[in-house]
Design a protein around this ligand. Sequence first.
Ligand SMILES: [Zn+2]
Length: 283
Amino acid sequence: MLHYPQLLLRFRQRRRSTYSPASRNGAPWHRSTTALQDPHRIEARPSLIARIRSTDLLICSGSELEIGWIPLLLTQSGNPRVQLGAPGYFEASQYVVKLEIPKVIDRSLGDIHPGGNPHVHTDPRNIARIAQALEERMVQIDPANAESYRSRAKSFLERWQAALARWEQQAAPLKGMPIVVYHKDFSYFINWAGMREAGSLEPKPGLPPTPAHLADLLDRMKIQPAKVIVYSPYNSPQAAEFLSSRANIPTVMMPFTVGGTDKAKDLFGLFDDTIGRLLATAK
Ligand SMILES: [Zn+2]
């Protein structure tokens, strides 16, 4: 499983011992990235290639997020079950409405993704859509266990809808709040919560913050103040702290994905903690 550890954790139980185990230790799922790794830049290690060689289902965000490493892994693995277009290749972002689809593809503007912003999992509504699509895919790959996938997905989605209603209420005070991001990896969350992106620390997507850009951002914030600066566990906090001390607003490290903070132990904890951290600054 690539870059979707949060889904991995949720679906782990549903196929224990039923689906043909993909890894030698008998655990059917393998999480190949962690919240502390930059999902745009993962090293195609030999151990990862070996995992993919024996896997039945590869799950990634897609929309070119992993373009720097998954194609290489797929070629090296030679596993026909998970190649592009095969049932074992699952791109989560294909099942949601994407944001920030560029009108012009100009690579001089930075790491532009022609298919839109790939960080779709930060909108909790998207998780439900992806879970349903994943359920269908697993039934397709492993029809013998269809019933088990269906009933577990149903139970997950019921709990998810209840949590979603709770999060919508909790996040209400965030509406309209101006927020500075490090990278455009929270666009879907911002859109869901009705927040307003007031700038990003990266001068262009994928390019590290520069002193000139931060000075520029600080000037803009004097006219249009922001409330908080957020970054992900895989970002260095330096630029956020620099801006925070000058603009006199707090920084918040968001979990970004499962495992990003102690409280983000699963998908439910991910959104509980993300909303909780932002609310703490809204007071
Ligand atoms: Zn990105």
